[in-house]
Design a protein around this ligand. Structure first.
Ligand code: HEC
Ligand code: HEC
Ligand code: HEC
Ligand code: HEC
Ligand code: HEC
Ligand code: HEC
Ligand code: HEC
Ligand code: HEC
Ligand code: HEC
Ligand code: HEC
Ligand code: HEC
Ligand code: HEC
Length: 271
């Protein structure tokens, strides 16, 4: 072991350019300093750490382009300095955002030489919150089965968006992921809202008899879409008067409880 160490130190020393031994101070100090570790440059590292250099070449991202090996690993090299001393803390360069206050950076950024190869493990919600506060707020404020699981239950990789159909059956045959999110907002799936582009068959998936009744009718209501009357929010019931005002003389209307006394059913009008 000792021999190996000596050889290693010798190897490292051999890498120092002869012309400039670092401990030979340019202006001779009064009392010469202890010899410090040999000063390696980033181009030396490849000689003994080819795999790491390769990893950075492959996917180093900004850690390849914006910094060098020795920006991070500075102050010498083992065994002349302890290993821990040359492993940088992320906070050396990354400060000032809530994201940089998280514990255990390397839990997600598993390999500092490939910082964007991110792995999710354990509860990720507090970390997601540092960059996506809106989605976390939405989930927290709207209790549902989706709020009870971690973000990474669905987003297994950063940026990956699963289809609802991976976990749920559709309401009707042929219904696609794009259809689901027209009614459900995934982070608050029980708040069901929609625009004017929902076809009757999507409502009919659960209200099949009403759809049949409406579409088989012979009055002008038969040509209207469900969402033309039931606008925006699931379960909303429109008033006839909102669209028709007062179509009959007041004296006539006063004798009846409501429009449906005569017209029977909005989905199957009696004229
Ligand atoms: C002559 C070969 C050689 C060169 C050149 C070299 N290293 Fe090393 N390095 C080693 C060896 C061998 C070890 C293991 C030392 C030990 O375990 O005591 C090591 C250990 C390390 C460690 C600590 C690893 C740990 O186990 O925690 C880091 C960080 C490191 N080197 C970075 C660098 C950087 C950065 C460069 C370029 C500036 C570099 N090395 C150049 C041979 C070298
Ligand atoms: C952005 C900072 C950063 C840069 C740039 C960087 N490293 Fe590292 N390196 C680290 C950190 C942090 C660790 C400790 C990783 C850990 O604890 O899992 C590490 C660990 C190491 C290790 C020991 C662990 C191992 O996997 O063997 C070696 C050797 C090493 N780096 C060499 C290099 C070399 C060579 C380069 C340049 C090609 C380099 N590093 C560039 C931050 C950096
Ligand atoms: C010596 C300085 C330094 C250290 C130490 C350092 N980084 Fe970086 N890192 C940078 C710079 C510079 C950038 C590019 C500018 C930026 O995004 O801030 C960067 C970018 C990143 C990026 C984005 C990469 C990209 O290309 O978009 C991630 C992720 C990252 N660092 C994670 C870490 C983690 C995790 C650690 C600790 C293991 C760490 N860094 C340590 C300097 C450093
Ligand atoms: C729960 C996982 C997780 C943890 C823990 C984590 N990060 Fe990140 N980090 C991410 C994700 C996801 C991104 C976004 C990557 C992207 O945009 O592709 C990111 C992006 C970054 C970036 C680049 C974007 C930016 O805002 O500059 C840096 C730098 C970074 N992280 C540093 C850190 C540091 C330092 C720590 C520890 C204090 C840390 N991260 C902890 C998941 C994590
Ligand atoms: C450091 C900041 C950061 C962290 C932490 C982070 N993200 Fe992101 N995320 C981003 C950025 C930046 C984008 C790209 C935004 C864009 O393209 O509009 C993004 C994109 C996404 C997308 C894709 C959006 C789209 O429209 O395609 C999803 C999904 C996502 N993040 C989920 C998460 C989850 C879940 C977490 C926690 C596990 C997380 N992110 C953590 C910064 C982060
Ligand atoms: C990774 C799996 C997964 C994905 C993807 C997913 N869900 Fe869920 N969802 C669940 C689980 C698990 C439950 C709770 C058990 C159940 O009801 O099946 C749930 C429950 C629900 C509920 C009932 C909520 C409650 O509190 O009762 C609705 C509505 C829902 N999901 C809609 C959707 C929609 C719409 C999408 C796509 C935008 C989607 N889900 C994507 C797993 C998933
Ligand atoms: C049940 C699965 C599920 C869970 C849990 C979940 N998401 Fe999503 N997320 C999705 C789906 C599906 C989409 C795409 C929605 C769409 O296209 O309308 C999405 C979209 C996103 C986006 C892209 C922007 C947007 O709002 O459409 C971000 C960012 C995001 N999610 C972050 C998060 C965060 C943070 C959490 C945890 C608080 C989380 N998600 C929890 C399934 C989920
Ligand atoms: C036309 C609007 C609409 C569309 C499109 C839609 N849903 Fe729904 N979904 C609802 C309504 C309304 C409920 C609530 C029923 C209730 O109160 O029981 C619901 C409930 C659910 C539930 C809770 C369990 C259940 O079956 O009652 C799940 C899961 C679900 N939808 C998944 C999906 C998926 C997956 C898609 C796409 C394939 C989708 N939804 C498309 C309106 C829609
Ligand atoms: C996944 C099945 C499902 C789908 C899809 C669905 N509904 Fe419903 N709907 C229900 C259930 C179940 C009820 C019973 C009351 C409740 O739970 O809200 C209901 C109730 C209603 C009510 C009556 C509320 C009340 O107060 O009596 C209306 C109106 C309604 N739905 C209209 C629609 C329209 C319009 C669509 C299409 C945009 C639609 N529904 C799509 C399941 C569904
Ligand atoms: C969201 C608007 C809306 C609501 C709510 C509504 N209607 Fe209509 N109704 C219409 C439209 C549009 C027509 C067709 C008018 C035309 O083409 O002249 C119509 C036509 C009618 C007609 C004539 C049918 C025909 O074939 O000539 C009757 C009767 C009628 N509505 C009764 C009602 C009653 C009763 C209610 C309440 C139970 C009601 N409507 C609710 C929009 C609505
Ligand atoms: C012309 C407007 C109009 C159209 C089009 C329409 N509805 Fe209605 N719907 C109403 C009105 C008004 C009521 C309230 C009736 C009452 O007070 O009894 C109602 C009641 C309902 C109810 C709850 C009461 C019940 O009958 O169960 C459901 C569910 C419903 N509609 C679903 C649908 C669906 C599904 C469609 C499309 C196939 C549709 N509606 C089309 C106006 C309409
Ligand atoms: C006493 C029974 C009765 C009541 C109550 C009643 N209607 Fe009518 N309504 C009729 C009859 C009968 C017609 C057909 C008259 C015609 O064809 O000239 C009619 C016609 C209509 C028409 C079609 C007018 C046109 O110009 O084509 C609308 C719209 C209408 N009613 C809406 C309503 C609304 C809204 C209410 C409740 C405020 C209501 N009705 C209450 C009996 C009634």
């Amino acid at each position: 072991m000792k021999v190996i160490r000596v050889l290693l130190v010798a190897g490292l020393l051999a890498l120092i350019p002869l012309a400039s031994p670092l401990w030979a101070a340019e202006e001779a100090p009064a009392s010469p300093q202890e010899p410090t570790s040999p000063q390696l440059t980033s181009s030396d590292c490849i000689k003994c750490h080819p795999q790491i250099v390769h990893q950075i070449q492959e996917a180093g991202a900004s850690h390849k382009t914006a910094v060098t090996c020795t920006d991070c690993h500075e102050g010498g090299h083992p065994p002349l300095v302890p290993k821990e001393q040359i492993i940088p803390k992320c906070s050396k360069c990354h400060q000032g955002k809530s994201h940089f206050e998280l514990p255990n950076c390397l839990a997600c950024h598993r390999n500092p030489h490939q910082p964007l190869n991110i792995v999710f493990e354990g509860e990720t919600k507090p970390a997601c919150k540092t960059c996506h506060p809106q989605q976390v707020k939405e989930v927290n404020e709207h209790p549902s089965a989706h709020a009870e699981v971690d973000c990474s239950f669905c987003h297994t990789k950063h940026g990956y968006i699963p289809s609802c159909l991976k976990c749920h059956e559709p309401h009707r045959e042929g219904q696609q992921f794009e259809d689901c999110v027209k009614c459900h907002s995934v982070h608050k799936p029980l708040n069901i809202t929609y625009g004017m582009d929902i076809p009757n068959m999507d409502c009919g998936a659960c209200h099949g008899d009403i759809r049949e009744l409406l579409e088989s009718g012979t009055t002008k209501h038969a040509k209207l879409a469900c969402v033309f009357c039931h606008r925006g929010v699931h379960g909303i019931i429109p008033q006839c008067e909102t669209c028709h005002g007062k179509p009959h003389p007041q004296a006539m209307l006063e004798k009846f409880k409501g429009c449906l006394d005569c017209h029977q059913d909005p989905h199957n009008l009696a004229k």
